[in-house]
Design a protein around this ligand. Structure first.
Ligand code: PEP
Ligand code: MG
Length: 577
């Protein structure tokens, strides 16, 4: 039966396709019902899985007891007892026999039910229970966790959650769209969906238990709507809408070779944000003026081993050379928080977004940081490269990073390795402390780039990847507008060029505001370039300044947003809705 879900739109586009449902552990659970005459066969499969897993646990218990002692072997003995509990066995059999559930689906249902009970009594045995579930599913499905990089038919991926590193491995030729139960608007998984240009909706809340692989699904990455099992009328409506959007996008593509010049003649530079070297082509296709943000940490997230200097250099030089002399701003690693590779001393962080992330992590792992800086400097001999440090929160941090950079430069010079001695050095403004002391910072950098994705999170104390506080995560908040204004004005006083590379700059709602506040550089995901260019070419700076002045007087995010939307409609009436 058709069902509609509302989530958070994070990557535009419409997708219609067959669902591939992944459960919490990344297994895909096949159809949940079996035919009545197959019940005995399915019960046999269930019994065999129970017996196999029992043997596996007993083997583990014996081996661990032998090598580490009986105390450790007892962990597996406890698992074995849960597995052999007649209550569990009866519950599983009953679901297969009476409700015709597949054994896989029965296992996940029974485990969820037991888990709820255990949670209520705050039992510590939850992890044991999930371990048994995993073993049973692995046995029943006869294969390990779904390998998402190896799909061979088109699907719409439905999952509880996807880590940025999982998302980075998706093949857009086969993954036509994805939906996750959790996740927020600023999560890096959302950013990856945009990079791969896969329509995506996150934060729908629980629904996976109600759907099986193979069901038709519609993903509307513009409105955040997901339709499970759509009826014919809904499907036809979505297909018509998809065709109309394709037509409008094709019309915007005609702006490709025209510059982003306002109606009054002011030049705006539109740069692309990229995560992977291959995205350079997306930027070139849309006529980008350069790369405003290259998120280099994705080199780490997709890799099986730590990238060496040559891996870095290959990636950077590919980007720089493909941009044919246009500027490329390489941001040093922004690892940590939700972008976590396998680094030494993985601390169990309670507040990862406030912890050892980004520049802090680079300054803690200096050899790794130096390897990256060497590669960036070497690439600077090949084109217009700029380097930028993320998440700077104190002036000492900035000085420390610059000192290491100067040291690496000296090293290269000593060894006669060519690089650009005058390479521009910038910082991201994404922590409120940097804005408060922005007058100090502008004296020590060649350029700034405002990272609103984090600036919003740290200013409003709202986790960018948490759907439950999505209402507070708002670029329209008057506090955010003020911080952007303060940054731009301080930079202007010292003639320091300033860019804005957070997702905010990709939303048509904010273009007039940002131009009115004084920005002349915006960096957006490549897919957003045509639309933002269209707005730039349709408005005058005078109009934009009036919009910014008025917006700065409003008191709530809701008022700001509706005012900006109204002005956009008035000034650019023929824009894509
Ligand atoms: C930002 O915080 O706005 C930004 C561009 O960096 P990231 O999204 O990679 O944290
Ligand atoms: Mg950031």
């Amino acid at each position: 039966m058709m069902r509609k879900l509302q989530g958070i739109a994070v990557s535009p586009g419409l997708a219609i396709g067959e669902a591939l449902v992944l459960d919490i552990e990344g297994f895909s659970i096949p159809r949940r019902l079996v035919t009545r005459d197959a019940v005995q066969q399915e019960l046999d499969r269930l019994h065999k899985a129970l017996a196999d897993v029992g043997e596996e646990l007993a083997r583990n218990r014996d081996a661990v007891s032998r090598e580490l002692g009986a105390k450790y072997g007892a962990i597996f003995e406890a698992h074995l007892q849960i597995l052999q509990d007649s209550g569990l066995r009866n519950d599983l059999e009953e679901l297969v026999r009476q409700k015709n559930y597949s054994p896989e689906y029965a296992v996940s249902r029974v485990v969820r039910r037991y888990a709820e009970l255990l949670q209520k009594v705050r039992s510590r045995n939850l992890a044991d229970l999930f371990d048994i579930e995993k073993r049973l599913l692995r046995n029943l499905l006869g294969r390990p966790r779904e390998d998402l990089s190896n799909l061979r038919t088109p699907v719409v991926l439905l999952a509880h959650n996807l880590a940025p590193s999982d998302a980075a491995n998706l093949d857009p030729n086969y993954v036509k769209g994805f939906v996750t139960e959790v996740g927020g608007p600023g999560s890096h998984t959302a950013i990856i969906a945009g990079a791969l240009e896969i329509p995506a909706v996150v934060g729908t809340g629980p629904f996976l238990q109600e759907i099986t692989s193979g069901t038709k699904v519609i993903v509307d990455g513009h409105e955040g709507i997901v339709v499970l099992d759509p009826d014919d009328e809904t499907r036809t409506r979505f297909e018509r809408e998809a065709a109309a959007r394709r037509f409008r996008a094709a019309r915007l593509e005609t702006l490709r070779d025209l510059p982003a010049v306002t109606a009054c003649g002011t030049r705006v530079e539109l740069f692309g944000n990229i995560e992977f070297p291959d995205e350079v082509q997306h930027c070139a296709d849309r006529g980008a003026d350069g790369i405003g943000l290259y998120r280099t940490e994705f080199l780490y997230l997709g890799a099986q081993r730590e990238p060496d200097e040559e891996d870095h250099f290959r990636a950077y030089s590919k980007v720089v050379q493909s941009m044919g002399g246009k500027p490329v701003t390489i941001r040093t690693f922004d690892l940590g928080a939700d972008k976590v590779p396998h680094l030494p001393d993985p601390e169990d962080e309670r507040n990862p977004f406030l912890g050892l992330r980004s520049i802090r992590l680079s300054l803690r792992h200096v050899p790794m940081f130096r390897r990256q800086l060497r590669a960036i400097l070497r690439a600077s001999a090949l084109g217009d490269v700029r380097v930028m440090f993320p998440l700077i929160s104190t002036i000492l941090e900035l000085r420390h990073a610059k000192m290491i950079l100067a040291d690496v430069m000296e090293d290269l010079e000593e060894h006669h390795v060519p690089f650009n001695r005058n390479l521009p050095v910038g910082m991201m403004v994404e922590v409120p402390s940097a804005v408060i002391l922005i007058d100090l910072f502008v004296d020590e950098v060649d350029f700034l780039s405002i990272g609103t994705n984090d600036l919003i999170q740290y200013t409003l104390a709202v986790d960018r990847s948490n759907k439950d506080v999505v209402g507070l995560y708002n670029a329209s908040d008057p506090a955010i507008l003020k911080l952007i204004q303060m940054t731009i004005e301080a930079a202007r006083r010292k003639s320091v060029p300033t860019n804005l590379c957070g997702q905010m700059s990709a939303s048509p709602t904010y273009t007039m505001l940002l131009l009115g506040l004084g920005l002349r550089q915006l960096s957006v995901p490549p897919s957003a370039i045509p639309e933002i260019k269209k707005i730039c070419r349709s408005v005058t700076i005078e109009q934009c300044e009036a919009v910014a002045r008025r917006a700065l007087t409003l008191e709530t995010a809701r008022d700001v947003k509706s005012y900006l939307r109204g002005e956009l409609k008035k000034c650019v009436p023929d824009l894509v809705p």
